[in-house]
Design a protein around this ligand. Structure first.
Ligand code: AMP
Ligand code: MG
Length: 397
């Protein structure tokens, strides 16, 4: 293996090979997790009219305090039949159109209502409890900007601003191929030397959460012919992700077969633990990731490299990985040569997030990793990170 690339260099090499995908119109009800390809602009002023923030009475502030006749009752969606005149009040519901002539709403809790009049004891300030037209956003202004990944708040905003569909990057088509003669599907009996295939569904799950349309190819045994056939098929996708067979053993065939299919290998080997023998290449516009087969290596490689690549393909403004700060609950010994991603469990505390490394940090220990919801970055170097030390971590979905 040539010299190992640092995490940052390897990620930069991946991202510089990304060409953003085309866009398509997506109904907002289906747009969760999609990345906006153009600024989305409000179709209306929001609110579209001066609206009442409270259940109460619309009045002229100069008429308060006072006892005023109730001349109309305004429900949400049912505007008043006429303007409010001097000396009048109109009952109004939250979200009702404040009638012309009124400049304030007094909440129902602050008045005494008689049969057809209302007694207001205090002065009401001009503008009180009125949400002005366009106070949230103006028609034509940007509600959600290009490159934003859409979640509940953005989708709600798009709907409120009157947009029924938005332009999003199309989903990257991702082919996932697992390799290994020893692999059996869960649900089948295991023969001697066999193990259950874990990485296919692991990758399908995590990459779908990054917006991918995943095609999970049937696992292949460690022979060149079946590798070639499956990899050739996988290269038709926007992204091909393989697991296993990228190390130095005689049965590690992925890199050799990819080279034979014309894939340009951009790098092989990253100074990261787990996941060192990760390979990355390109074939036309297809990005190819060869992840090592140990399930935790696959998980880490997917989070550090494949997810950011998928988000970048979709034009995300921040493809990540976005590390955040927390504190270690226990000391962690550093690796001298490689940055290590330590599986840890997050706990909230008054002082912020505390990260408890799980026991069992070897790269095959996927069951131990199941107790973790964070990858703590332990930068390569000597000695240890002390308990209580501030560290960067990557939250896991
Ligand atoms: P490899 O990268 O092919 O050398 O595989 C490294 C280790 O991961 C070996 O112990 C494999 O049996 C195991 N492994 C490879 N692929 C998978 C998979 N899809 N699911 C579970 N374990 C795997
Ligand atoms: Mg293998």
């Amino acid at each position: 293996m040539a010299e190992l690339l640092s995490l940052a260099t390897a990620l930069a090499r991946v991202l510089e090979r990304v060409t953003p995908l085309d866009s398509e119109a997506v109904p907002i009800g289906e747009a969760a997790g999609r990345v906006l390809a153009e600024d989305a602009r409000a179709f209306v002023d929001l609110p579209p009219f001066p609206s009442s923030a409270m259940d109460g009475f619309a009045v002229r502030s100069e008429d308060t305090p006072g006892r005023l006749p109730i001349v109309a009752r305004i429900a949400a969606g049912v505007p008043a039949p006429r303007a409010l005149e001097r000396g009048e009040a109109m009952a109004i519901a939250t979200g009702g159109v404040v009638p012309t002539g009124a400049d304030a709403v007094i909440p129902i809790e602050y008045v005494v209502e008689h049969d057809n009049s209302v007694e207001i004891a205090d002065h009401v300030g001009e503008g009180d409890n009125i949400r002005p037209r366009g106070g949230d956003i103006r028609s034509g202004d940007v509600v959600v900007s290009s490159g934003t990944r859409l979640a509940a708040a953005q989708i709600g905003a798009l709907a409120a601003a009157g947009l029924d569909r938005v332009s999003c990057a199309r989903r990257p088509r991702v082919a996932v191929l697992t390799t290994g003669t020893e692999l059996r599907s869960p649900g089948e009996p295991l023969g001697p030397g066999e193990i259950y295939e874990a990485n296919g569904v692991l990758l399908a799950t995590t990459l779908a959460s990054a917006g991918a349309a995943v095609e999970l190819l049937p696992a292949v045994t460690d022979d060149e012919a079946s590798h070639r056939e499956a990899l050739e098929r996988g290269l038709r996708a926007d992204v091909l992700v393989t697991s296993g067979g990228v190390s130095v053993g005689p049965h590690d065939l992925v890199r050799r077969v990819l080279a034979g299919l014309g894939v340009e290998e951009v790098f092989w080997g990253v100074a990261v633990k787990p996941g060192k023998p990760l390979a990355f290449g390109v074939h036309d516009r297809t990005l190819v990731f060869g992840l090592p087969g140990n399930p935790v290596s696959t998980l880490v490689g997917a989070e550090l490299f494949v997810r950011p690549a998928l988000l970048a393909l979709q034009g995300a403004a921040e493809p990540g990985p976005v590390f955040v700060q927390g504190r270690l609950a226990a000391a962690v010994r550093r690796n001298e040569q490689r940055d290590e991603l330590v599986r840890a469990r997050r706990r909230g505390s008054n002082g912020g997030v505390v990260l408890e490394p799980v026991t069992g940090q070897e790269s095959h220990m996927i069951a131990r990793a199941a107790a973790a919801d964070a990858l703590v970055l332990s930068p390569r170097g000597q000695g240890e990170l002390a308990a209580g030390e501030s560290v960067s971590y990557l939250p896991l979905g």
